[in-house]
Design a binder for this molecule. Sequence first.
Ligand code: HAM
Length: 430
Amino acid sequence: MRYQRPKGTADILPEEAKKWQYIEDTARMIFDNYRYHEIRTPMFESFDVFSRTSGDTSDIVTKEMYDFMDKGDRHLSLRPEGTAGVVRAFIENKLYGPEHQKPVKVYYIGPMFRYERPQSGRQREFHQLGVEAFGSEEPALDVEVIAMGMDLLRHFGLKDLRLALNTLGDKESRDAYRKALIEYLEPHYDELSDDSKTRLHKNPLRVLDSKDKRDKKFVKDAPSILDYLDEESQKHFDAVKSLLSDLGIDYTIDPTMVRGLDYYSHTIFEIMADSKALGEGYTTICAGGRYDGLVEELGGPQTPGIGFGLGVERLLVLMEATGVSFPVLDQLDAYVVGIGEDTNPTTLKIVQALRDNGFSADRDYLDRKPKAQFKAADRLNAQYTITIGDEELKSKQAHVKEMESGKEISVPFDEIIHDFNDVITDHFND
Ligand code: HAM
């Protein structure tokens, strides 16, 4: 019986993992520049943490949750997204307290789980780079978060980006819009898809997000949220747009964008990247928005918040399709070649000593002939080879060769063990 990984999951093998490390390291550096700090929350939470926040009628809760009862009869779910768990942690650990500088800015990198139909860039276990910032209603923070998303993608070599922007306003604006939308859709009730029929009264905004042809027909002429914004919501949205322009960030307003999660208010956005190389138009790769009521919804004090999630698998697919090259991160400083069985203890000792001194070093463990060992050193891109045979054992000197220049010298074991840095600077760095 051969086992296979579960559908919609992937094994990230060492060669591929190097690309992941590059992405994660670069993201950490950028998050740090913006002063966001890492938070690590559990991979699973109470089912309610997600159902209360994503929304009972969202696809995530109705169709995509990996939920289960544990042996203690607790209803748990693997996290489908990062925001809800971070909000739960923000409240539970009282990060709203006066000892925490506002806004509290955090980021996370990790796996998320959604029972979706797997396809290119869409998996059941996928990974997000995400950020959340709590405690400020300032439109400038919305713009910082959006700018950071764009910045990240540009750092990864994706140039042709589109920013789609919308607002859902505050609760009052949304309630007024909801009412107008229900009034507009109700006469067409019989013609809507089954999903939209269920959602019409519970959450009519969801209907705007429907991919069903039957719904799209009506969505086209539906009232726009932008006509239902109250003064405060309009002011916030205008400020976001104006600050984006100040930073030279182009955007398109998409009044039908509602996002797949129910916790948003005010600014919502999606950053799309050109995916012609994949035979598609533009794909959403980074998405997020404000959620000023979410902390309170989960039992915390009224605290505004905003963030985004960026799909790592999609990022990788796009980087590869657009031919973005990954910097070579793999460097082997020295490969120690042992000729003859008697050299075994010495090569091991030297390899270990080099590692102790901060060098990356490797050797043969398959009893290979010298020629094969040199070949291995070549393949591993070793900068130096250190060769030890019977003669060298007697003289307690090894041959050190710089691979690129071909220059070779004889160096006492002791110097290699204690001062390999000096060996390099004295003999090879002209
Ligand atoms: P989301 O739009 O559901 O938002 O997901 C954000 C990104 O995660 C998507 O744009 C996509 O790149 C990636 N993604 C989602 N589902 C999959 C999947 N099945 N396979 C591969 N990639 C996927 C959120 O998750 C919110 N928590 C974002 C947020 C943070 N809003 C405020 N703060």
